[in-house]
Design a protein around this ligand. Sequence first.
Ligand code: ZN
Length: 313
Amino acid sequence: MTDIEVDYEPVIEILIDILGDYKYHNEYSGQIAFSCPVCSYDIKGLDELDGKGNLEVNYIQGVYKCWSCSETHDTHGRLRWLVKKYGSPRQFKKFDLLMPDDPGEIEKKIYKQVYLPKEFISFTTASAGLKMTPIFKRAYNYIKQRNVTDEMIVKYNIGFCYEGKYANRIIIPSYDSEGDVNFFVARSYEAKPFRKYDNPEAEKQLIIFNESLINWDEPISIVEGPFDSIFVPNSIPMLGKSMSERLFMELYEKAKKIIIILDGDAWANSQKLYYDLNGGRLFGKIWVTKLPVDKDIAELQGDLTEYPPFQIE
Ligand SMILES: [Zn+2]
């Protein structure tokens, strides 16, 4: 999410004028569900809206999609088209002033290609000679201290840099659904680093960390960082304590069950995330785990049996 406060209230008012009352509204993501005019007027031949709430609009991104008729009637795309077709000329003009013709923030941003640092050395493929060096030993000892197993090292291709911009940092790469690197985190293993993390300049808002490893049909755990996610199968790190728009949308469209597992000190964030996610298509599919304040996933080595997930009333 951006920190810039944009007032979407006038846009929402126009949408209500055209599409009637909404069924569900998530102000955090800009997601709002209306009755679908295509389903109501064109398909069912009704004189009024059907009240089903199948039309999902995201006014922040300026897009819409109907869960019922998007496949058969192509009911998805840019919001301005919907307003133009079903709104009056006056409503469209007002909308156009508020949201000028603009392909939408997310579509406009082009993925900046990310490469692993050229000094990157995978723990798995390091040469025998290198394994003898103190630099290697320090890096390796650090991840062992953090309970990272050899199996995880292989699965996530964890490595480190012995020199260059990311010297003395553990690297956890992220691979997209095509298997290409789209991000990495570089965690210092110095005792008192100037900066704990030094991550590449990429739109971390636009990537799903290690999307290549996610099975959307299985329950998905949401964790804070990559060092948590390597301990929890089928988990996605938010790369922070709040969720990006992109991740929210992907989950909203694809997830079948979500378990929120943030650090013990982030219970307020967990609750907020729970309520943000628990709506619309995802209603009733959200679970949350509460860890003790002084515990995190890595410390527990991913063993959460003592802290089973639950749903909040
Ligand atoms: Zn529809």
